[in-house]
Design a protein around this ligand. Structure first.
Ligand code: HEM
Length: 182
């Protein structure tokens, strides 16, 4: 994944728990890099190692770390670093979610090595939709939940997110029911 992801993990930990905690997490992950370069590609496995170490050092589950990271990604990383890209996604929450399937395709123009997830939207209503999430990476569902919660906060539109049973929806993707109040 692009270095901006590891960098954002670092920023989240430093802002919420301080530099010393970050150093411990980095040591535990056996990462020697002084800093992460946003536009350079790093092995996915490095990001997973950071999440595992963060969960051990912070006393949280990996799922809790990933969800918090999703919220942080929207409310800080994307908003502060890629604000125009984010606002171009839509003026309302529902518009943003409807545009989500093409969101990362636009990013691949800027980041050619991006291996983005895929989203599909179905059963769109005034106050709900089904969001389908496809990825070749495992275990990132809590990250998606955090991203969606962050978007709800960004648009001042509290969301309810239900992960539908994957036995019914098929194993190659996750399906969320996303509901909001109109
Ligand atoms: C300006 C905002 C955004 C930027 C710059 C961005 C960029 C990225 C980058 C660089 C990666 C790592 C993948 C790679 O390097 O190959 C990534 C992964 C991911 N992004 Fe985005 N993204 C943004 C917004 C969003 C939004 C709004 C969502 C969904 C609500 C989202 C969902 C994801 C997910 C789930 C992954 C994990 C990778 C996977 O599932 O395979 N991103 N994104």
């Amino acid at each position: 994944m692009y270095g901006m992801v590891n960098k954002a993990v670092e920023e989240m930990v430093v802002s919420q728990f301080g530099d010393d905690t970050w150093e411990k997490i980095k040591d535990k992950s056996a990462i020697d890099d002084e800093l992460f370069i946003s536009n350079e590609s790093y092995p996915d496995e490095m990001t997973y190692r950071l999440v595992t170490s963060a969960s051990e050092i912070l006393g949280l589950t990996p799922e809790q770390v990933l969800e918090a990271f999703g919220v942080h990604w929207i409310l800080h990383t994307a908003r502060e670093g890629y604000g125009e890209l984010l606002t171009a996604g839509g003026t309302t929450l529902s518009e943003f979610l409807l545009n989500l399937p093409s969101f990362h395709s636009r990013l691949t123009l800027i980041f050619p090595n991006l291996e983005p997830p895929t989203f599909k939207v179905k059963e769109f209503n005034d106050n709900s939709l089904h969001l389908l999430y496809f990825s070749h990476r495992a275990g990132l569902t809590p990250f998606v939940i955090g991203l969606l919660k962050g978007l709800g906060t960004m648009y001042n539109m509290p969301l309810e997110i239900t992960l539908l049973d994957s036995r019914e929806t098929g194993a190659d993707h996750k399906e969320f029911l996303v509901t909001w109040k109109t």
